[in-house]
Write a protein that binds this ligand. Structure first.
Ligand SMILES: *[C@@H]1O[C@H](CO)[C@@H](O)[C@H](O)[C@H]1NC(C)=O
Length: 329
């Protein structure tokens, strides 16, 4: 009897599942039909443009990460960089800090599109420069992602946080991974931590080496990045060796990277380079060649000063030529 009841409840559960699926299907069908009617309504009224827009919005899933449902005209204007439309909307009383369901503000859109004038207008109208989406993305992050150093500077000048909070998308890592050196420079100038380490990514310098971004590697090292700090025991030199990126390796060695550092597998950088690659050759040659006294002195003095005081080099009572040498200029 108990068995029968059990199997009976199992059967009813199955029908419940099928019923739910069927209901869901009907619901989707209903939505589709209503949308078609809506599109048709617009088409019949002669507003073909609007019909096309609606159709595109509902059926275009390429923009899946954006929630179309609640994007305001202000978002649209900011996204497309239409300054006049944006100003008109603001003067009509649209709030500059209007948000979508996922908390995207028009300022986010303007920065992602590299529309500086729109970003300025929104900030003047009171947009929050520190606004974060539900994914933790700030307008500054978007500016860095796009490589818009002008947008980044406008945001920073208006009080945006140069550095993300813990576990939030980090602007400096984003700019570095995409090779946007001008953005990295702006972030450092406004006080972002050059050695900011994220547990699953490592330091910005490590990211620069993984992404083989020579210019960013230089910018970070010029900004006082610790040449040894990477991702746990993986040093930036390990990353550059693995990627067989000789240009980056040269810069790291110039800044005193340790060729004997061991990673988690107790391998030295030269042992992580692809076999008989250029990187391996370069590292072997470097090992076999004595450093110049000049270079050893430079590294010694920089070491003695410490990363946090490297910016004081111009104040040393040294000839300009030597100061420049110490700063790798
Ligand atoms: C943004 O956040 C930073 C750090 O929390 C704060 O110092 C700054 O005042 C904020 N800026 C604005 C405009 O609210």
């Amino acid at each position: 009897m108990a068995e029968f009841l059990e199997s009976h409840s199992f059967v009813s559960r199955c029908t419940n599942v099928y019923f739910s699926i069927f209901a869901l299907f009907c619901f989707k069908l209903f939505i589709k039909i209503s949308l078609n009617i809506l599109t048709h309504f617009y088409a019949v009224r002669g507003n073909r443009k609007e019909a096309a827009r609606i159709a595109a919005e509902f059926y275009d899933f390429r923009q899946g990460h954006r929630s179309w449902a609640d994007r305001s005209p202000l978002h649209e204007a900011a996204c497309q960089g239409r300054l006049l439309a944006l100003r008109t909307l603001l003067s009509q009383g649209y709030s500059a800090s209007i948000i979508t369901i996922d908390h995207v503000t028009p300022l986010h859109e303007a920065c992602l599109g590299d529309h500086v004038a729109c970003a300025r207008a929104l900030i003047e109208a009171g947009a929050n420069v520190n606004a974060t989406t539900i994914d933790g993305v700030t307008p500054l992050f978007n500016a860095c992602s796009r490589g818009s150093s002008t947008c980044a500077e406008v945001l920073l000048e208006n009080g945006a946080k140069p550095q993300a909070e813990v576990c939030r998308p980090s602007p400096i890592h984003e700019a570095t991974s995409k090779g946007k050196a001008a953005c990295v420079e702006a972030l450092l100038a406004w006080g972002a931590d050059v050695d900011y380490e994220i547990p699953h990514l490592g330091t910005p310098l490590y990211i620069a080496c993984v992404s083989q971004e020579l210019q960013c590697t230089r910018t970070l090292l010029d900004g006082g990045a610790n040449v040894q700090k990477g991702h746990f025991l993986e040093s930036p030199l390990h990353a550059a060796a693995q990627k067989d990126c000789t240009e980056v390796i040269k810069v790291l060695l110039e800044f005193g990277a340790n060729i004997n550092a061991k990673n988690l597998e107790l391998k030295r950088p030269v042992e992580t380079a692809p076999p008989s690659s250029l990187a391996e050759g370069l590292l072997l040659l470097y090992e076999a060649t004595p450093r110049s006294l000049l270079q050893l002195c430079r590294l010694g003095i920089r070491d003695y000063m410490g990363c946090s005081r490297l910016h004081l080099i111009p104040q040393l009572k040294l000839p300009t030529l030597l100061q420049k040498y110490l700063q790798y200029r």
